[in-house]
Design a protein around this ligand. Structure first.
Ligand SMILES: [Zn+2]
Length: 188
């Protein structure tokens, strides 16, 4: 198995049924590389939960190679102006972060957004949220001063321990950390 779950590359050939990509196109191959398209999750727009999903660099060969093969239905055109290094993280952390961000903004007038767990997805989506004039409150592992400083540098108005209460009530929260006890904390 070849690792590498956020691929940016140039197409050298496409299958005969592929209409939306041509050889020479610059594309991104994301972490979620295949789903069955037929289960309840897939048919309700939640393909990220598909039980038959395949993942780039984990159950499909990934990007640490000169060549790879990808399912065009999961690939993205990469606009000019993004370097490979800047585009690649969008293929996992960016996608997951943006999906969560979009869902957190489902209601009107969401201004104060809490983000629990300040890793790759949070660091991308904080920049987007700040650009969209949201106030970001970053919650990290207790005592993780480095991550808290990083969050403030990216524009978070507040950063603290996940066990702390924020100075203001939040309108919405995203939990990126895979820690169940943060769910009731975020809801509170
Ligand atoms: Zn499915």
């Amino acid at each position: 198995m070849i690792p590498g779950h956020e691929i940016v590359g140039t197409l050298i050939d496409v299958g005969e049924h592929v209409k939306n990509f041509r050889s020479g196109d610059r594309v991104g191959v994301p972490w979620l590389g295949y789903t069955d398209g037929s289960c309840n999750y897939c048919r309700s727009g939640r393909e990220n939960l598909c039980n038959h999903a395949l993942f780039t660099g984990y159950t499909i060969d990934g990007g640490y190679a000169e060549y790879t093969v990808a399912d065009y239905r999961y690939c993205f055109h990469i606009p000019e102006g993004y370097s490979d290094a800047k585009a690649a993280p969008l293929m996992c952390a960016g996608l997951i972060g943006y999906r969560s961000y979009r869902m957190s903004m489902a209601e009107q007038d969401i201004k104060r957004l809490g983000i629990f767990g300040f890793g790759a997805a949070a660091h991308i989506i904080t920049q987007l949220a700040v650009y969209m004039r949201k106030k970001v409150y970053a919650f990290t592992r207790p005592g993780d001063i480095v991550a808290q400083n990083f969050a403030r540098r990216l524009g978070a108005v507040w950063a603290g321990d996940s066990t702390d209460r924020p100075p203001e009530e939040l309108d919405a929260a995203i939990v990126f950390a895979p820690i169940g006890s943060l769910v009731p904390a975020a809801l509170a």
